[in-house]
Design a protein around this ligand. Structure first.
Ligand code: ZN
Length: 372
């Protein structure tokens, strides 16, 4: 990896861009992009800074999108999370995986292209936000609204998000499952444990219900989605007293559901399964979607294969991202680092991954002239 790339990543890691603060880091990216000829439009929404940057003025417009913010490092790090540190062949730092590392590869790929291409008959654009990890209406959503209002068109977008289920750069995420939180509270009778026959012990039936509910498949998956999954994230009784059956017990579940379900049908299905003594509260966090037409997916896949010499994986597994907003204005897919490395203590990426991603993003830019 050349010194410029490493210095770029090192600088990005040094900015403590814990959501939503990212102004300094975005200004830094503006300077980088302006140096290679981009025209940059910064947008401020309270503490959140967003950016739309564009090179050239063609109708065909290949966009790269990403976020500069990171989740807080919390405790347990072996290195300073905000200093890029090389150890045992790995580069450590908060955001190396999600997603300052892939972003550095993307910016370097753009620079590689601009400094070597003799001519270019399309535009390249960049969307950046400092509010992805918490999300909401002030991040990429606002850039999407700005682009809609100004009539600016994007032909297709590659979101450089930490999303790969296989290896960095070798997976194209084409959509996302929906997410539904389900909070359950079981109600029964409180009393002496010795009187269980008279009281009935609702904890037993609650546990049986949770077991059956989580073990019964919701579906077998669809053409572009894997089977929906039900995961318990908490089971709470909060009872320290050994001779009392408590009145209530609670459990939390999260369901990642595919396009065989509407959110209304899924909620109705859950209500129908749940005994009357269990109260349900739902929390809706997004619906399943496919973010791109097949043509753009094929274009990105063949561009990647042109670099790696193997077909990338394609799927919809993984968490929600800004693709949810971007899909409203253009085809969007995600290509980035390995998802299992995101948000962890001692987050890292390797030079090899960074260079592979840089080659892949450059390959996508190089092939774009032949797309549509
Ligand atoms: Zn991310």
């Amino acid at each position: 990896m050349d010194r410029t790339h490493r210095a770029l990543l090192s600088d990005l890691i040094r900015f403590k861009t814990i959501t939503p603060s990212g102004d300094d880091a975005i200004s830094y990216c503006v300077r980088f992009l302006e140096e290679v000829g981009f025209v940059c439009t910064k947008m401020q929404y309270g503490e959140v800074t967003n950016l739309y940057a564009k090179l050239g003025n063609h109708d065909k417009n290949l966009c790269f999108a990403g976020h500069i913010d990171v989740v807080p490092p919390l405790d347990g790090w072996g290195t300073d999370p905000f200093t890029l540190t090389e150890k045992d062949g790995k580069l450590y730092g908060r955001g190396t995986n999600d997603m300052k590392g892939p972003l550095s590869s993307c910016l370097m790929a753009i620079r590689d292209f601009v400094t070597t291409a003799s001519s270019c008959e399309f535009s390249i654009s960049v969307i950046l936000t400092s509010n992805e990890e918490i999300g909401g209406d002030t991040g990429t959503r606002q850039v999407v609204e700005f682009l809609e209002d100004s009539g600016e068109k994007i032909t297709g977008c590659v979101l450089c998000e930490s999303c790969s289920q296989i290896a960095s750069g070798e997976y194209v995420k084409i959509g996302c499952r929906g997410s539904l939180d389900v909070d359950l509270t079981s109600h029964g009778h409180q009393g002496h444990v010795a009187n269980w026959k008279e009281l009935g012990n609702h904890l037993h039936s609650f546990v049986r219900f949770l077991h059956l509910f989580t073990e019964t498949p919701l579906d077998e998956g669809s053409e572009k989605f894997s089977p929906s999954s039900i995961q318990l994230t908490s089971v709470d009784v909060g009872n320290d007293v050994r001779n009392v059956i408590p009145q209530t017990a609670a459990a939390k579940l999260n369901i990642r559901f595919n396009d065989l379900w509407s959110i209304d049908d899924l909620e109705a299905h859950i209500r129908a399964q749940t005994p009357d003594n269990i109260n349900i509260v739902f929390g809706r966090h997004g619906y399943p979607f496919i973010g791109s037409r097949d043509e753009f997916v094929s274009f990105v896949c063949s561009s990647i294969e042109g670099v790696t010499h193997k077909a990338p994986g394609i799927g919809t597994n993984g968490g929600n991202s800004d693709a949810l907003s971007i899909r409203e204005i253009t085809d969007v897919v995600e290509v980035g680092s390995l998802i299992t490395g995101a948000h962890i203590v001692d987050e890292f990426i390797t030079e090899e991954e960074l260079m592979k991603l840089r080659s892949i993003y450059l390959g996508i830019i190089n092939s774009f002239q032949n797309f549509c």
